[in-house]
Ligand binder design. Sequence first.
Ligand code: ZN
Ligand code: ZN
Length: 264
Amino acid sequence: MKNPAASELQGLRLRIQHHGQNFLSKVRHELARAIPGACLLCQQDSTGPVCDKCRQQTVVRKIHRCPRCAVAMSAPAAVCGQCLRHPPAFDLSFVGFCYRPPADQLILALKFGHRTALASWLGQQLFDAIPDRYWQDDAPDCLIPVPLSRQRLQERGFNQALEIARILSRLSGVPVWPDATERLRDTQPQASLPLSERKRNLHQAFGWRAEQGVLPAGRHIALVDDVMTSGMTLHEIATMLKLNGARRVSVLLAARTPSPGDAL
Ligand SMILES: [Zn+2]
Ligand SMILES: [Zn+2]
């Protein structure tokens, strides 16, 4: 039988899709009422937002992933077919877990419920998925959260990518540059557009804020986000960073859809 928390969150997800962003304040209120001290996925007693049993089912490490875009692969390979045909502007990616039910509810709860304990949990899972050598051999100079549009930031009140980046920073010692990149214009939510229009929607949508006093030239920059689907947003930001001289761009994600075509 489906657990009640899962049903409730699935219901919220459908209502968000139907009612759009204006519905978010109501959703936030409903999620704020979620029971403290219980696992978000099974509602059993838990010291953290996810119990150990659900964590083991959600965070499966023994998956082959494309080193470049972190998509799941059936066997190890240098890169996936997509990266071979159309290499993204970023160089490598790491991901905490697959974005699929029921674990997708954790990302929704973070976005729409503002659960800071969940950001800590997601950040920790991501950190655990990144090999030590990443931080030792060619550590990034900074962590940059994927920016939200001004309008979206106002509606939500926080950037979930920044929440995760802060946790990674605490665990790795690499600083966060929260305002180094910006959205130059409001874009349509990628999930609302057909695949063919997503690239155009994001073209030159991001910029580097030089007034921050730091420059990307010669640096290794790690972009942080909650979920990657097609990867186009991250590709656009990485393109902008490389045009500004970034030496290397890596991508650190709490979750990733099993394949790029999967809708959110
Ligand atoms: Zn559980
Ligand atoms: Zn790939």
